[in-house]
Design a binder for this molecule. Structure first.
Ligand code: DLL
Length: 430
């Protein structure tokens, strides 16, 4: 279902006119209210959308340097809500919303959730964390806007999730792919089949995941899994999401203007070329950002989508450019390892990449768990069992073919890879 047909199917020319008007307004607003933007953008003339390419970038470090409120463009009393990015290192990045910004957020969330099949009256089980993280409250607000019945379970406490999924029979579930898969697994371990819960759709995001992970989730839950993307600095979840065609994520580009750039040269790349996603907010008042470097690697397409929405679409995010590993001169994203591992039936989608930088050349160990059926055939887990040894050799070879790198592959005992309750930690540094 298209939530806002007028906005979501707007013709290309009308969309570009709207974007240009909103871009000029945003720059004017930022320059008028924030010294940082005034120094960098004061006096610039934006006559066409292409002119954006000449403007300087904003980086996460700029937000950190102006911690906590230095880039806010409204008086403190106008801020209706604060959230923060889930950064693990140092201080979080604080973001703020006016009441009008929260309305924009509800609108874009309603759009991406409706595109995934969410309907008025549906019960939605929210397994994203609540709090400063934008996942829980973002989906919560969007669901209320649609008129859904919200079950704000939050992350953690797997037993509580099991109970509520069983007893309340929600139509939809949302959470990080890794955590929801973990819930499904624990249900299976207790002899239940999560496919019989009656879920009609799942909405996932907040961490990179692959088509293999999608297949695992759909197989475990018995319903389609939709990809939803966003980041706190721009608004939270709802920047983009998949429709039923599931060939890229529709960017809500009447509110967020996308570009993809080559991070090495800073040049804008055309459709279909992979690079770093850069976003400009078009309607935000509390924290307007022009050319924000997301760090996320993707491609854009302007090819028409059969669903009728006319927005630009982005490919599933491959990873963050700072998550890219360089091992023996080979550039590698954890998602590329995931894609290979998840294509192998005897493995579980629980894996970790252990990078050891103590030697001159960094080395990579890939740790992954075997599927229960295989462990059963071995009569219990035994790393030296011929079936496990054979599998290890096969997986190592497949990885070598796929990523061009010989890695140390370890098949670890079941339940040894830590299960995440939020964003999975895929890379461990030694
Ligand atoms: O993760 C917002 C969000 C919540 C999105 C719930 C979707 C669902 P942050 O904590 O600021 O905000 O982290 C943003 O997470 O730059 C990406 O690197 C990554 N990310 C978010 N969604 C996806 C996705 C939220 N669908 C950072 N696929 C972003 C891949 C994603 N990576």
């Amino acid at each position: 279902m298209i939530w806002n047909a007028e906005a979501e199917t707007l013709g290309r020319a009308a969309r570009a006119r709207l974007q240009l008007a909103r871009l000029r307004e945003t720059i004017g607003w930022a320059v008028a209210h924030v010294a940082f933007h005034r120094e960098r953008l004061g006096g610039v003339e934006v006559r066409r959308l292409d002119d954006l390419a000449r403007l300087p970038f904003v980086r996460k470090t700029d937000l950190r340097d102006h911690y906590p409120f230095g880039l806010f463009a409204v008086e403190p009393g106008e801020i209706a809500r604060i959230h923060a990015s889930s950064g693990t290192k140092g201080k979080p990045t604080i973001v703020g919303y006016t009441a009008a910004d929260l309305n924009v957020w509800r609108e874009v969330m309603a759009r991406v959730m409706a595109a995934a099949g969410a309907r008025r009256g549906d019960l939605l089980h929210i397994a994203f964390g609540y709090g400063l993280f934008t996942g829980g409250l973002g989906f919560h607000d969007g669901a209320e806007r649609i008129g859904m019945t919200v079950v704000p379970v939050s992350s953690g406490n797997t037993a509580r999730h099991q109970l509520l999924l069983r007893d309340l029979a929600p139509a939809g579930i949302c959470g990080t792919p890794s955590f929801v898969l973990h819930i499904a697994e624990t249900l299976t371990a207790e002899g239940e089949n999560p496919r019989t819960l009656g879920l009609r759709y799942g909405m996932f995001g907040a961490e990179p995941w692959t088509e293999g992970m999608r297949a695992s989730l759909e197989n475990a839950l018995g319903c389609p899994a939709y990809d939803i993307y966003g980041l706190s600095e721009i608004i939270g979840p709802g920047v983009a999401g998949e429709c039923e065609v599931r060939d890229g994520l529709h960017i809500q580009d009447d509110h967020f203007l996308p570009e993809v750039i080559d991070p090495a040269t800073d040049q804008v790349l055309g459709p279909g070329r992979e690079g770093e996603l850069v976003l400009t907010t078009l309607t935000k008042r509390a924290l307007p950002l022009v050319r924000y470097r997301t760090g996320d690697v993707t491609t854009l397409t302007d090819a028409p989508c059969p669903c009728g929405r006319t927005s630009i679409r982005m490919a599933r995010v491959k990873g963050r450019s700072d998550d890219m590993l360089v091992i023996k001169g080979v550039n590698l994203y954890p998602s590329e390892v995931e894609a290979t591992l998840l294509a192998i039936e005897e493995l579980l989608p629980h894996y970790q990449l252990v990078v050891d930088r103590r030697a001159t050349l960094a080395t990579l160990e890939v740790r992954v768990e075997p599927a229960p059926a295989l462990v059963e055939r071995c009569g219990g887990f035994d790393a030296a069992h011929p079936l496990i040894v054979g599998l290890r050799q096969r997986v190592a070879e497949r990885l070598r073919m796929a990523i061009g790198l010989s890695v140390q592959l370890t098949i670890v005992a079941p339940q040894t890879i830590p299960r995440s309750e939020g964003k999975a930690v895929r890379v461990v540094e030694r």
